[in-house]
Write a protein that binds this ligand. Structure first.
Ligand code: CA2
Length: 139
């Protein structure tokens, strides 16, 4: 049976490809998602983005007992949200944290993530490729 994997993106990641291309690249997430969906056609790959913390938590609860993997880039909430960390702890699906930029090469406030300890691992700084590497981990 096809593995069910979801990519969950948090606040402002809907702007990918539209703003700050020097940090986050030129590609929109929708275009990238089409590419990986085609490349991994044997996977049931889902995508959810929200700018709202509660919606992200609701999505984790919804998929977190059914899916084989959660790939999460919580955007700025990475560095602030105990509630998102608790949501990841409260479900059974394993999660991998992804960041497009290298958060450890940026401002000090980006160096700490509330999510990393609740995840199998964390990929940062490899651009959008990080999402693909996370898919491959789950496979
Ligand atoms: O590098 C990442 O993936 C981040 O999670 C991105 C977050 C940032 O707060 C984290 O520290 C690291 C910011 C997402 C904002 O995304 C934008 C994309 C394009 C244009 C403007 C913002």
């Amino acid at each position: 049976m096809a593995k069910k994997i979801i990519i969950i993106n948090g606040p402002n990641l809907n702007l990918l490809g539209k703003r700050e291309p020097e940090v986050y690249g030129k590609q929109s997430f929708e275009d990238y998602f089409t590419l990986i969906k085609n490349a991994y056609s044997d996977v049931e790959l889902h995508y959810f983005q929200s700018n709202h913390e509660g919606e992200l938590i609701d999505k984790i609860h919804e998929v977190g007992f059914i899916f084989d993997g959660i790939i999460i880039n919580a955007g700025g909430l990475t560095h602030t949200s105990v509630a998102l960390a608790d949501a990841l702890s409260s479900v059974t699906s394993p999660a991998v944290e992804v960041h497009i930029s290298n958060i450890h090469a940026r401002e000090a406030f980006r160096h700490h993530s509330y999510l990393t300890s609740r995840c199998k691992g964390m990929i940062a700084g490899l651009g959008l490729k990080g999402y693909e590497f996370a898919i491959r981990y789950f496979l």
